[in-house]
Ligand binder design. Sequence first.
Ligand SMILES: NC(=O)c1ccc[n+]([C@@H]2O[C@H](COP(=O)([O-])OP(=O)(O)OC[C@H]3O[C@@H](n4cnc5c(N)ncnc54)[C@H](O)[C@@H]3O)[C@@H](O)[C@H]2O)c1
Length: 362
Amino acid sequence: MENMGLKMLEIYNHKKVFITGNTGFKGSWLAAFFDHLGVMHEGYALAPDTTPNHFGLLQQAQSFTEANILDTGTLEAAVNKAQPDIIFHLAAQALVRTSYTDPLNTYQTNVIGTLNVLEAARKCSSVKAVVLITTDKVYDNKEQETAYIETDELGGYDMYSSSKACCEILIRSYRNSFLNISDYKTKHHLLLASARAGNVIGGGDWSKDRLLPDIAVATSKNQKVQIRNPRSVRPWQHVLDCLYGYVLLGAKLLNEETAFAEAWNFSPYSHEAKTVEEIAAIARQSWQEVRIEFGRAQDNFHEAGLLILNNSKSIARLGWKPAWNTAEAVDKTISWYKDYYTSGKVSTAEQVKQYMDKINAQ
Ligand SMILES: NC(=O)c1ccc[n+]([C@@H]2O[C@H](COP(=O)([O-])OP(=O)(O)OC[C@H]3O[C@@H](n4cnc5c(N)ncnc54)[C@H](O)[C@@H]3O)[C@@H](O)[C@H]2O)c1
């Protein structure tokens, strides 16, 4: 391994990883990423709630506890049994629309669920690091052109976003209260960091109300897809770009670098932010059968019009940078679905390899 980032990943050799939310879109890709690195991982999540689902297609069920993050006894037992070195916490109620219909479950799963993971980690001496996944939506979004930096004010308009902003406050408070950096190596051996990314795309996501899955499913049925808010601007990024950031961040914590125990943005370059309309046009280039109709949202739940993160800190200090630009990310995503729907092929492992080859060449 020559690339500096890849060199850092060697710290995972002979380590064990615990992934909450491993049955979900990002969690199943993260498990595939660790499979590529040859790192052992275990999972904790609810059963997948879509058919098909990426987790099932990858046949990753062998080392996974199917249980609720709110069941503290089962969670702590699973962590203790696994004896992991690091936990990646991705389990969440991750949909903005669902947070309008089920705010209580959204807050319980996201906020109390995060607290349960922190408690389970603190009680298990093998755990040296926890990377907690929040979102780009944690910022108080002023719909401004300026990209948000990690120290900007937290907020969150809707219940999903505010629950994740609460997670950020919780993580900071938990660190101050129990895992203070000044007590590292004397009173505790655990480092926490949070990771903020958004509008992540990639094959194998069948969640409702996500642009590219909606396009892929409609196209597979030879239907036109209805798309809302064509002018919304988003920092689209491939799931592997943000996961690579999470994994690098985890490597720094495992390497006992206390300066990394804080919040991090992982996003494409600001100039890569594209409108929904532009993304749809790129999708059509990758799969000619894609047919799109633009319209307004039918139910008027609030969605951010403009939300851009500043990724300078991750680039400067973590040595991370986006490897696939937005056009490549959309192409890889639509190609994944095209392969799946036209020939049943699951190209996850192949795409992880292509991604790592690109990182290696940087
Ligand atoms: N996909 C995105 O664009 C995006 C953007 C920003 C942040 N995120 C964050 O990344 C993480 C993963 O998102 P995703 O897109 O993979 O979501 P997902 O909905 O595909 O997966 C969610 C996972 O959490 C698990 N989960 C949900 N409720 C649970 C509970 N009560 N107990 C145990 N497990 C539970 C599910 O079983 C699943 O494994 C979430 O924290 C989400 O908020 C996602």
